[in-house]
Design a protein around this ligand. Structure first.
Ligand code: TMP
Length: 198
């Protein structure tokens, strides 16, 4: 049996990391799963995190190159081998992030999607954890989101959110991430059960 690819997306502070980790822990009781994130632990992923710490502006094209290299490695070394061996992959960010974030930095979203789809498998289910920017920024300030966002200005996140909401496809499901934790998780879990009944 081939594993399923379940991707979590959303702006910084959306809560997707906490939700996706909880989901992976729950699913592990029933089926083989692996939780991964992007940017990952490749040398490119580490470079992205290092640059983010410096808070220095990185040109959009350079960002794109780094995210693409990191993804290439993640796809061929981790995602495809896991799926082929029957494990499902829960992925915290994927190429939809590149389209929406680097798109918000002025690059062409459609081009980015096209370039990624040449080598990266489409998600079986992409859950967009949607929160308004005000809520996201409050969460980031309160330190509830684990990693520091690369670019957390209000205007930028508004643009990223608008880009996410432009994405279309039958595999894309939007969950309102502003409700209480249990309600949001139940909505996510129900969607996942339609893709991977355990
Ligand atoms: P994280 O906070 O979810 O770990 O993500 C790190 C930051 O990287 C976040 O601000 C979103 C950004 N990002 C991009 O700009 N493009 C991408 O392709 C990915 C995967 C992340």
């Amino acid at each position: 049996m081939k594993g399923k690819l379940i991707v979590f997306e959303g702006i910084d502070g959306s809560g997707k990391t906490t939700i996706s980790q909880r989901l992976a822990t729950d699913l592990e009781q029933h089926i083989p799963v692996v939780w991964l994130r992007e940017p990952g632990d490749s040398r490119w992923g580490r470079e992205i995190r290092r640059l983010a710490q410096q808070k220095k502006a990185v040109p959009a094209r350079k960002q794109l190159r780094l995210f693409m290299r990191d993804r290439h490695e993640n796809v061929f070394q981790r995602i495809l081998p896991a799926l082929r061996s029957g494990r499902s992959v829960i992925l915290d960010r994927y190429f939809y992030s590149t389209a929406c974030y680097q798109g918000a930095r002025g690059l062409d979203m459609e081009e980015i999607l096209k370039e990624n789809r040449l080598f990266a498998p489409e998600a079986d289910l992409m859950i967009l954890v949607d929160v308004n920017v005000e809520t996201a920024l409050e969460r980031i300030r309160a330190g509830r989101d684990s990693t520091a966002p690369l670019f957390e200005t209000r205007h930028f996140l508004e643009q990223v959110r608008a880009n996410y909401l432009k994405l279309t496809g039958s595999h894309i499901q939007v969950v309102d991430g502003t409700g209480d934790r249990e309600t949001v998780y139940k909505a996510v879990y129900d969607l996942v059960m339609r893709t991977i009944p355990v």
